[in-house]
Structure formats: structure tokens, C-alpha cells
Design a protein around this ligand. Structure first.
Ligand SMILES: Nc1ncnc2c1ncn2[C@@H]1O[C@H](COP(=O)(O)OP(=O)(O)OP(=O)(O)O)[C@@H](O)[C@H]1O
Ligand SMILES: [Mg+2]
Length: 254
């Protein structure tokens, strides 16, 4: 049996009166690229934030590499966070720092490595994402597609066990999308890393992932191989995949 890297067991999350996650169950295997889909507002980002420990669930368990992180103190949780590389919805680079300082941020903040050593690591990682020689530039000098790749470089530089991508291809042109997709696939092959991807771009999602989960009404209503998703005849999933306004999923339902 494949080893499990991320496991959610009956996770519930409230914001005040509003319940976003209603007993979500999920299991991501070691080394796979896993896609999470669902409507806008369904709670995908909230679910990711619970996984990386930025939010804590109100009930349920979250196992990361067999450790239940809901039982950890804030200090212990901080350490767990370094197991994750994060590529957020917006690239979230610091505009006032150079690309080197952005990509090497983790090392500048959390280690005593010399500047020359950090620079070397940054250079190697930028080469990995196909962006050599931009160390001394600032984010505002880069295109949106390049910024996404810099964000990916920043996420992988410290060899995380897991990469979380939240909308890695939003807001960039189709050629840049293709480059980011190839990069995600390439990193996955080269680093044998576990990847959890959220995207509204189903074509991209289907291309890079092996297995998929669909979040609706705060629960994972489907989890399985992407080929099985196509054969399923749950009308809610069919409606979502076909992007149809007619069907069992109501306008306001997420
Ligand atoms: N910190 C917060 N406080 C209160 N409500 C929140 C908070 N974070 C998220 N929510 C609510 O939780 C719900 C789910 O939000 P979330 O950002 O997870 O959606 P999503 O599935 O990622 O949507 P999208 O596809 O548009 O990114 C939304 O109704 C949102 O308003
Ligand atoms: Mg989101």
C-alpha cells in the first residue's frame, strides 16, 4: 500500500456561525500530485491553510507524515510548516526585496548561512525553474509568469516534503501557463515531491495530477483517480465538470 503523506479525518472549520468545512476527509499519498477542485468559496484555501497549520480546525485530525498536527503546540506547529513549500494564489513576493532576497528568504531568516552560500543556492534554484541571472532584479521588473516561477523557486529551495500550489496558473497568458505546468511536472519528477494543487483550470489540473478530490458543501464528495472522475455519474460532479448553471448545485451553494 502507498504511504500516506497528508490525511484529513473528519475536519470541521467554523468562522463564527459559518461552517466552511463539515467533516472533510482526504488522503494524499507520498510522492503523488493531487488535485483539489471545488467552487469559489467552497473552502479550498481554508482547507490548505488547515493542512499547513496557518488555521486550526475546530474538530477532526490532520496527519502530516503520520503526525497529528492538531495536537501540536504553536511552536511545534511552526516546525511542521517548514515541511511545506507554498505557492500562493498571488505570487506574494516582497516588492522591496530583490529576487535573490525573495528566493533565499528562508535561509536569510532562519539560518546562519553566509551570503555567498545563499546566493549559490538561489542561483541553482533559479536555474531549476529556468530563470538564470535575475538575482539582482526586483519583482516589479518581471512578468506575471516569471513571478510565478520565482514563487515556485522560493517554495522548493529548502527541499520541502510537500509543495502546496494554490492557483499556480491564474492570471498569466497561455504560454506562461504551459511553462508553469511543465515546471510543476518537471519538479515532481526530479524532486519526487508530494504536491497538492488547487486550481480552477481543470485542463491544467487534470494534466498534472494523478488523483483528484472534489470539495462541495464542506465535504469531499469524490476522491479518486482522475479517470474515474470522468466515468462517475454523480450529477453534481457532472455539472461542475461541464461548467453548467443547470443542475443540482444551486447558484449560492458552495
Ligand atoms: N479568515 C476568515 N474569516 C472569515 N471567513 C473566512 C476566512 N477565510 C475564509 N473565510 C470564508 O470561508 C469560505 C471559503 O473561503 P476559501 O477562500 O477557502 O474559498 P476557496 O474555495 O479557496 O475559493 P476560491 O476558489 O475563490 O479561491 C468563504 O466564504 C470565505 O469568506
Ligand atoms: Mg482559494
Amino acid at each position: 500500500m502507498a504511504e500516506v503523506m497528508i490525511k484529513l479525518d473528519n475536519v470541521c472549520k467554523f468562522f463564527g456561525e459559518k461552517q466552511v468545512l463539515r467533516g472533510a476527509n482526504l488522503s494524499v499519498e507520498k510522492g503523488e500530485t493531487f488535485l483539489l477542485i471545488g467552487r469559489s468559496g467552497a473552502g479550498k484555501t481554508v482547507l490548505l491553510k488547515n493542512i499547513i497549520g496557518l488555521l486550526r480546525p475546530d474538530s477532526g485530525s490532520i496527519f502530516i507524515d503520520n503526525v497529528d498536527i492538531t495536537k501540536l503546540s504553536n511552536k511545534e506547529l511552526e516546525k511542521v510548516r517548514y515541511q511545506f513549500g507554498l505557492v500562493f494564489q498571488s505570487s506574494a513576493l516582497f516588492d522591496f526585496l530583490t529576487i535573490e532576497e525573495n528566493v533565499g528568504f528562508f535561509f536569510y531568516q532562519h539560518t546562519n548561512l553566509k551570503k555567498s552560500e545563499i546566493r549559490k543556492k538561489v542561483k541553482e534554484t533559479l536555474a531549476l525553474v529556468g530563470l538564470e541571472g535575475i538575482e539582482d532584479h526586483y519583482p516589479y521588473e518581471l512578468s506575471g509568469g516569471m513571478k510565478k516561477r520565482v514563487a515556485i523557486a522560493r517554495a522548493v529551495i529548502y527541499n520541502p516534503k510537500i509543495i502546496i500550489y494554490d492557483e499556480p496558473t491564474t492570471g498569466i497568458d497561455p504560454i506562461a501557463v504551459d511553462k508553469v505546468v511543465s515546471l510543476i511536472e518537471d519538479l515532481h519528477k526530479r524532486l519526487a515531491i508530494t504536491s497538492l494543487v488547487v486550481t480552477h483550470d481543470l485542463e491544467v489540473g487534470m494534466k498534472i495530477s494523478e488523483r483528484i478530490a472534489f470539495l462541495l458543501g464542506g465535504k469531499i464528495i469524490f476522491q479518486g483517480k482522475k479517470d474515474d472522475l470522468k466515468n462517475i455519474n454523480d450529477p453534481r460532479i457532472m455539472q461542475f465538470l461541464h461548467g453548467s448553471s443547470a443542475g443540482p448545485i444551486k447558484e449560492m451553494e458552495v
